[in-house]
Design a protein around this ligand. Structure first.
Ligand SMILES: N[C@@H](CCC(=O)N[C@@H](CS)C(=O)NCC(=O)O)C(=O)O
Length: 341
């Protein structure tokens, strides 16, 4: 009898032991980042304005700022980031396999990507797919590209979008796909294609970096919506929330006019929204598993959304992109900060 009970216990105990071992091994992403002391962030690396490396600045850009912001929120230090440049094709596998904690790589939020097991937590840039053509071809609108060769990057949303757009108009194009942006642009500027297609922001960046604005034009027609945003691995809700609310803190800071140069003194503000955001009124930090000054660190070290946009993409940058759809909702854009309560 006793042996029977013992046996029964052993049968029960075995799965318990396995599940305890696996829960001890399954550290949360926040714990891993803290233990490592650095955030592993996957970026593009070839896209001036979004993620780009230069001396003596190091990595800089609008996407890089979001990596820095998450490091400031979680580690209190925006410089504690290890950047990994990834191709379009590699990016989601690197995230799913745990080699990066966060992917901020001009990545469109789509149904298939989410259904495939990664999680998009925000839209940090509303974009659309555009086409660039050489001025010498005198192309005025996109249908004139029908039947021609179009250069594109493998593993992007652009291949399907472009094929579908022409097919819907009973036309076709000859897609020529490359693994990297640089290889694609080299081919396009060497006249191997009639047009090249990318996110409009990426096209603007490429023309400026390669000094081609005089001889090439971006056609005004956009064929898709490309809501770009940060991705995290599925299955760690706390981490998803940390990234989501770090981005929201940057938007809320713009709305409340909290900037790098005034956030210190604004800690004495009487505005309840400011006090909640900066952790003077505690609670948000605890809810996310972070120090109460997490958002204060983001704003002090990286700045608000508008500051980041202007620095890397807007008036104060080489790209000189208009805020457009990326303006705050009260200025007619789509950026709508959620309540930080
Ligand atoms: N937003 C699109 C496109 C993203 C993308 O990868 N774009 C190309 C053109 S800018 C790129 O970044 N290429 C760089 C590379 O793969 O090396 C997507 O998520 O699929």
């Amino acid at each position: 009898m006793f042996r029977k009970i013992l046996h029964g216990l052993a049968v029960l105990a075995a799965p318990m032991a396995i599940s305890m071992a696996s829960s001890a091994a399954a550290q949360s992403t926040l714990e891993m980042v803290k233990q490592r002391g650095t955030l592993n962030c996957g970026i593009n690396g070839q896209l001036r304005g979004f993620s780009w490396q230069s001396e003596p600045v190091g990595w800089a850009g609008f996407d890089v700022d979001l990596c820095k912001a998450v490091a400031a929120a979680t580690l209190g230090d925006a410089t504690k980031v290890t950047y990994t440049p990834l191709t379009a094709q590699q990016r989601f596998k690197e995230l799913a396999d745990g080699r990066i904690d966060l992917l901020v790589r001009n990545s469109t939020v789509t149904l298939r990507r989410l259904a495939d097991g990664v999680e998009a937590v925000s839209v940090n840039f509303y974009d659309g797919q555009a086409f660039v053509v050489p001025n010498k071809l005198a192309i005025q609108n996109l249908s004139q590209v029908s039947g021609g060769k179009v250069c594109t990057v493998r593993g992007t949303t652009h291949e399907d979008n472009a094929t579908a757009w022409f097919r819907a108009r009973r036309n076709r194009i000859d897609l020529v796909s490359f693994d990297t942006n640089d290889a694609m642009l080299d081919a396009f500027f060497a006249s191997r294609c009639m047009a090249a297609t990318l996110d409009a922001s990426a096209l603007a960046s490429a023309l400026i970096v390669r000094n081609k604005t005089a001889d090439y034009s971006i056609l005004p027609q956009m064929i898709s919506r490309e809501p770009l945003g940060p991705y995290v691995r599925r299955g760690d809700d706390q981490w998803a929330n940390i990234v989501r609310w770090t981005f929201q803190a940057m938007l809320a800071a713009e709305d409340l006019d909290l900037r790098r140069d005034n956030v210190q003194s604004e800690r004495r503000s009487n505005d309840p929204d400011v006090r909640h955001l900066l952790g003077v009124t505690p609670g948000n930090g605890k809810a996310l598993g972070l120090d109460e000054d997490w958002a204060f660190n983001v704003i002090l070290q990286v700045g608000n959304y508008g500051e980041s946009f202007e620095r890397h993409l807007g008036a104060r940058s080489m790209l000189k992109l208009a805020r457009g759809q990326n303006a705050l909702w009260r200025d007619g854009g789509l950026m709508y900060p959620l309540p930080m309560r």
